[in-house]
Ligand binder design. Structure first.
Ligand code: ADP
Length: 274
């Protein structure tokens, strides 16, 4: 692989010294304990289409478990907002809904991991990476990902969820103004998702991502199906993929996700172990 990518740095950063624990049901290891707060040992990946809610659930889970949430989309947007040397190259790619080169992404990611390591971070949940088989192969070559959660949502909701996305330009909070009501057809269940509205003081500061327009979202969905969906099969064949179909909005989905991850009694286990 290109020598511009600091592979040795990534290897050093993500190599673990602690044993493997798998938390998710169906991924049973001999050790059934949840990781302790001191010896946290989570190296997870969240996969899913644009609009599925990867960022929302990955960041909630990270807060819950106390591990860093590393979203390559955020790294790319941060690079864009800082007007660095990559600005014009990146903005054109991102605003067309295309993928940034593996080389740029690996550089941004390894820098983020190095910064985290300097601050004493351990473990992570990756969101938005890997997005191609090539990226998955690179990651698999340098670390041992425990679990890959593949979030799924009914297709009818994806576009609306992307178009409803808003960020507060001041506090950086992520919200969604879309109110989704899908009628059940042929006797199938319907689905509703309430909007995730910002507090009053953020209302006047909401911004929309430049790549959340209908044309660009459709292109991102197409690219996801072409380049990123094969990553699901990559991890499925390695026995690491946990499929999770979101049953609705956060109130319905969050407790079910914790259950699927065998984390529903995580806090009790933590206090019992303390
Ligand atoms: P989405 O809502 O589509 O999942 P993200 O916030 O994850 O969006 O990413 C935004 C954009 O950043 C992508 O459309 C792509 O241009 C770029 N990007 C993010 N992660 C990667 C990656 N792993 N590989 C290539 N490009 C990426």
């Amino acid at each position: 692989y290109s020598s511009a990518i600091p592979m040795a740095a990534i290897t050093r950063l993500v190599k673990r010294t602690t044993p493997f624990y798998s938390l998710a049901r169906g991924f049973a290891s001999t050790n059934t304990h949840a990781p302790s707060r001191e010896n946290r040992n989570i190296q997870w990946v969240f996969l899913g289409c644009p609009g599925v809610g990867k960022g929302t659930y990955a960041s909630r889970l990270c807060k819950f478990l106390g591990v860093p949430h590393i979203a390559t989309g955020d790294l790319v947007r941060h690079e864009l907002s800082s007007n660095g040397p990559l600005f014009s190259q990146l903005s054109e790619i991102v605003n067309q809904g295309q993928l940034v080169s593996d080389e740029i992404i690996m550089n941004l990611l390894s820098k983020r991991l190095a910064d985290g390591q300097a601050k004493g971070e351990s473990g992570f949940i990756l969101d938005g990476f890997p997005r191609t088989i090539k990226q998955a192969e690179i990651l698999e070559g340098v670390t041992d990902i425990d679990l890959v959660v593949n979030l799924k949502l009914r297709e009818e909701a994806l576009l609306a969820k992307c178009l409803g996305r808003r960020t507060c330009s001041q506090c950086g909070g992520n919200f969604n103004v879309a109110s989704i009501n899908i009628k059940g057809d042929n006797g199938g269940p319907g689905m509703s998702m309430a909007p995730l509205l910002p507090p009053e003081h953020c209302m006047s500061k909401l911004i929309t991502r430049a790549d959340d327009t209908e044309t660009v979202v459709k292109e991102r969905l197409r690219i996801y199906n072409e380049l990123s969906q094969p990553v699901e099969g990559f991890y499925r064949s390695r026995g690491k993929l946990l499929e999770f179909e979101l049953p609705g909005g956060i109130p319905e989905s969050w407790p079910k996700l914790l259950q699927a991850l065998n984390l529903d009694d995580y806090e009790e286990k933590q206090s019992a172990a303390a």
